[in-house]
Design a protein around this ligand. Structure first.
Ligand code: GDP
Length: 330
């Protein structure tokens, strides 16, 4: 058995070709939920959904989000209506009072559906409606995710990191904004002063997550701050990582990041934006997989391979390196 910790791009890329080294029936994926938002009353879980669609063989692998070939008629009409009505395209937060009333899991990240600032495809939307419907009927996010994984015939076990709300909020000179405003609406442009995981002190790891973390863990090449940070901010998860064998794949080649805002965010929270910084952020990791061009000298065992993943063959190579690194930690 093995458990992967996942954000929405790097680890799913690895999972896409990991099946030979890590059979899906023996694999659990624990996904970050700090990026989730409630949009028009529907809970959108971008990282869970990328893994859901990957496991269901319907993921759009150009973007690493959404369903391949999905239409977006409702989204297009929402944009058109807002424009025709002269309404600002947002992101349009609900009032401060609304942020903490209503469905508990959506706290501190509630947006109106007017102008829909995130692109939501039509089939994709059906997932959010079903998930939210199940939550309204009394299911936990873990249970709702299990039902959706059944619907998409996902062979891996897929778990949200918690059934409690944790919201990734970016502090900028322009104010505090949810990660999705920072990344999707503002392209990662605002200066970052701090990153907050609101709710993480009270949030608990579920029994399913704690049980999954008693197995060897793989931290894929995810953003250490906004994808892995929310998980580690939950005490029970951090404790479990200290006790189990953990192999981490660097999302950097020395100080070059493959994609996304990891470098800027790491500097903002006091880490060097590099593989060395990732190792400092992951004191509980027992071994690392680094790119063959990455000469970083670490205080823990390292396995090197070409870690750039453009297809399943690349991912299979990185997965084999992860296996080799696991043997070093065993
Ligand atoms: P997010 O939820 O979309 O932010 O995605 P993740 O946190 O899962 O992944 C983003 C990280 O994946 C970035 O820091 C990238 O550097 C890393 N990444 C993307 N593609 C690759 C790749 O081909 N190889 C490696 N090693 N890392 C990658």
């Amino acid at each position: 058995m093995v458990t992967f910790l996942s954000g929405g791009t790097g680890t799913p890329k690895l999972l896409a070709g990991a099946t030979a080294a890590f059979p899906p029936a023996e694999t659990t994926v624990v996904a970050n939920t700090g990026d989730d938002i409630e949009l028009a009353g529907h809970l959108v879980c971008p990282d869970l959904d990328t893994v859901l669609f990957l496991g269901g063989r319907v993921l759009d692998r150009e973007t690493w989000w959404g369903i391949d070939g999905d239409t977006a008629r409702t989204h297009t009409e929402l944009r058109r209506l807002a424009d025709a009505a002269g309404l600002d395209s947002g992101p349009r937060y609900l009032s401060a009072e609304s942020q903490t009333s209503g469905r508990e899991i959506a706290r501190w990240r509630r947006f109106s559906g007017v102008a829909e600032f995130m692109h939501i495809g039509d089939r994709d939307r059906a997932v959010h409606l079903t998930r939210t419907g199940l939550l309204d009927e009394g299911a936990t996010l873990t249970e709702a995710t299990e039902r959706l994984a059944d619907a998409f015939e996902v062979d891996m076990d897929l778990l949200p990191m918690s059934d409690d709300p944790v919201a990734t909020l970016i502090h900028t000179p322009e104010g505090v904004m949810h990660f999705q405003e920072f990344w999707v609406a503002r392209n990662g442009d605002p200066e970052v002063e701090d990153v907050e995981f609101r709710g993480s002190e009270a949030a608990e790891a579920t029994d399913a997550v704690l049980s999954a973390l008693s197995e060897p863990v793989v931290v894929g090449p995810s953003n250490p701050v906004t994808s892995i940070g929310p998980l580690v901010a939950i005490d029970g998860i951090e404790r479990a990582l200290r006790e189990t064998a953990v192999v981490a794949v660097s999302p950097f080649v020395e100080d070059e990041v493959f994609s996304g805002p990891a470098a800027k965010l790491m500097e903002a929270v006091g880490y060097e934006a590099s593989t060395a910084g990732v190792a400092n952020a992951y004191p509980w990791a027992d071994a690392f997989v680094l790119d063959e061009a990455d000469g970083t000298d670490l205080d823990r065992p390292v396995v090197r391979t070409d870690t750039s993943m453009d297809d399943e063959e690349d991912a299979a190579r990185v997965a084999r390196a992860v296996r080799d690194a696991q043997e070093v930690t065993a």
